[in-house]
Design a protein around this ligand. Sequence first.
Ligand code: ADP
Length: 329
Amino acid sequence: MAQFSQKIKRIGVYTSGGDAPGMNAAIRAVVRVGIAQNLEVYGIHNGYVGMMENKIYPLQLRDMANIIQRGGTILKTGRSPEFMKPEGRAKAAQHLKENNIDALVCIGGDGSFRGANALWEEHQVPVVGVPGTIDNDIYGSDKTIGFDTAINTALEAIDRIRDTAASHDRLFIVEVMGRNSGFIASHVGLAGGAEEIFTPEGNTSVEKALDRIRDGIARGKTSSILITAEGQKPGRGYDLADAIRKKSGMDAKVSILGHQQRGGSPTAADRILASRMGAAAVDSLLKGFCNIMIGTEGERLVQVPLELVAKNERKSQLDLISLANILAT
Ligand code: ADP
């Protein structure tokens, strides 16, 4: 694990990449724990975009009032292709130096951590990462900030769809977020009683789903719900409905939940996780640890080197899907 020896007086905090509910609770924890430890805390707006554009401003205790319950991120987030190049990172590092920022807390996903890792390796800027993404697909942490809120938002929508599916004896396909990752799909599929769950990691097929639906009908079931992760091309739900129609003549209604899964007030679990992780990030910097991410192992907070986070992928558990299949019979 990387360490640094210089004393820190001023830290910067930023949110980067995809937004997630609970990021504000993490910012609040960084600012308030930082100030309690006699640090000055600066906010960097729009992630690496703001680092490139020198949008770096001091934050005070009162700036954190009334944000713990708000989704999104008050610091705004951003994606910066310029930061992907060494010259871009040199410019960002120069702005940090001009603002006397000694160390950073990066709240974001694995892309943001790859950027943070580069900033440490090329310019020795100490960074600690806090995982914020609704996808839960970050290596080194059982849970990421925003995931619990996203699955509860999706589940609420699925419960509503279930009411109408049952009233009309219908087959519904619900598409949830998850480009490369089936965490949201497998969790809401299990919690929502879905007959079949399609994920980027999984190996089910339209035929298997149809077999399950037909078995259900034979046992007296009159409505079914299939869940699919969006995968690389949002709209996968419509492709599945087409395939089902062609293979069986069955009509399936499609509902794409989309960006509502990113927003909304964070759940208690996400606010608590974000508060603990934000506080632990400041604590780690004060102890001289850097180039790490704060993760969870069960209930415990752990420190994971950013190189490991950047190099590895985290796949969703297929056993949840097998269990959902059994329970939906
Ligand atoms: P997330 O953090 O949610 O995974 P992205 O993958 O979009 O989101 O990454 C956010 C930003 O982090 C990018 O716009 C880019 O500026 C920076 N970034 C991503 N990958 C790298 C990398 N390999 N090297 C340097 N910066 C990176």
